[in-house]
Design a protein around this ligand. Structure first.
Ligand code: EZ4
Ligand code: CO
Length: 405
């Protein structure tokens, strides 16, 4: 079974997605997600110019060898653009292998370890009251875990929640530029514990709660926040510190029993090696699209299991339904799955372009049994929604200093 063609699509059914379709000489095809939010066309060029031609004619069954060929063979290892390109190829090849076998991908990965996938939803708000109203609605809908994000009083914008609250395009007017947002660590640290105190007063201790710091703190500040949040028993505190220097988490860990999660921007197992082997974190949040595909995600999960670290894949809306499906296949099979971030099943234009095998029941994702990844892609519908240049926001302190987003 030879790779006969590789097609790369960029479309914007609500937001930009880069989709890869691999075709074989015996009539099969597979789909992969290569979306890097705000840098989409760099991945397209990488795939078109440097990957596609190397793979035409290769045996589509050789997933491991093709992965190593693209990773080691490029000489230039790692990085988000390279790894998103490799990820899309890897997903598409798993999709093909499943279709050829007539089995869902999770069967090829070892079969089911569970029959449903626990998720956490997002409750956002401009005020504590609004955030907690949204939390109440999600509890009523059956969610067992919820992430709470709230605007900080006297700061102009709500940080880190644009992905599900507003449309990035609205903020970028006629000439797309990264929107700028303010940040103030003192105001934030003084405010966030109150949000969780009130959440517990209003809804009790049963609902599991998550908070995303979006890497805005230094290790000692994160340690303080972790300690301040201990009475409210979080499932985890996400991205409390940037992780290029993995040792930063050692300091946070030494001071707090609040569980820690990180990894949504990681590209390889090397980005998490020290975090995992030193047991500085509790959840690894790498996404299949940004971490090189299904092949390394399975290896990462097995490595993490040795150190009591569980998986909690990134589930933002800038990952395409192909990635969400890949996560579902991994989540249903790996023993040390923790929880899946969940932002909805997508309707409207997204549904027109992508058909996926996921449904939601009582706060859990149910994965339908379909060969391969179980996703379909409507090329004609995708062509209707043209790529729109768009950027993630940047953050600055009051004096203009550029901060982490
Ligand atoms: O900011 O996916 O946990 N989720 C997140 C996301 C990220 C976006 C960046 O593209 O932090 O909302
Ligand atoms: Co996050």
């Amino acid at each position: 079974m030879r790779i006969s063609d590789i097609k790369i699509f960029v479309s914007c059914p609500g937001r930009n997605f880069v989709t890869v379709k691999i075709e074989t000489n015996n009539g099969f095809y597979g789909l992969g997600d290569a979306t890097v939010n705000g840098r989409e066309l760099a991945v397209v060029a990488y795939l078109e110019e440097h990957v596609k031609h190397c793979l035409l004619g290769k045996d589509a069954h050789q997933i491991e060898d093709i992965w190593q060929y693209l990773y080691k063979g490029a000489y230039w290892r790692r990085g988000p653009i390279t790894m998103a390109a490799i990820a899309a190829i890897d997903m598409a090849l798993w999709d093909i292998k499943g279709k050829v076998a007539g089995l869902p991908v999770y069967q090829l990965l070892g079969g089911k370890s569970r029959h449903k996938i626990k998720t956490y939803a997002h409750a956002n708000g401009e005020t504590i009251e609004e955030t907690l109203d949204n939390l109440g609605q999600l509890i009523e809908q059956g969610f067992k875990a919820v992430r709470l994000q709230c605007a900080i009083p006297k700061l102009k914008s709500t940080y880190g929640i644009l992905g599900d609250k507003k449309d990035y395009y609205e903020l970028q007017s006629s000439r797309p530029l990264p929107p700028e947002q303010p940040w103030d660590t003192t105001k934030y640290l003084n405010f966030i514990p109150t949000l969780f105190k009130k959440a517990r007063e209003q809804y009790g201790m049963d609902i599991e709660l998550v908070h995303d710091v979006h890497s805005r703190l230094t290790p000692i500040e994160a340690a303080k926040l972790g300690k301040d949040l201990e009475p409210y028993n979080l499932l985890f505190l996400e991205d409390s510190v940037t992780a290029e220097n993995q040792q930063g988490y050692q300091q946070v860990r030494q001071h707090t029993t609040t569980p820690l999660a990180v990894g949504e921007i990681f590209n390889t197992i090397w980005d998490a090696k020290e975090l995992i082997e030193n047991q500085w974190i509790d959840y690894i949040r790498m996404a299949a699209t940004h971490g090189g595909g299904i092949t390394p995600m399975k290896k990462m999960a097995e490595f993490a299991a040795i150190y009591h670290v569980r998986t909690a894949p990134h589930g933002a809306p800038d990952l395409s339904p192909i990635c969400h499906a890949a996560h579902a296949h991994l989540n249903i099979t790996v023993n040390n799955f923790g929880i899946q971030e969940f932002i909805g099943l997508g309707g409207g234009k997204l549904k027109e372009v992508f058909e996926h095998p996921l449904s939601l029941e009582d706060g859990h994702i149910i994965l339908a049994d379909k060969p391969g990844l179980g996703v379909d892609f409507d090329e004609e519908a995708a062509q209707k929604y043209k790529y729109k240049r768009s950027y993630l926001p940047v953050t600055r302190l009051d004096d203009g200093t550029l901060w982490n987003w």
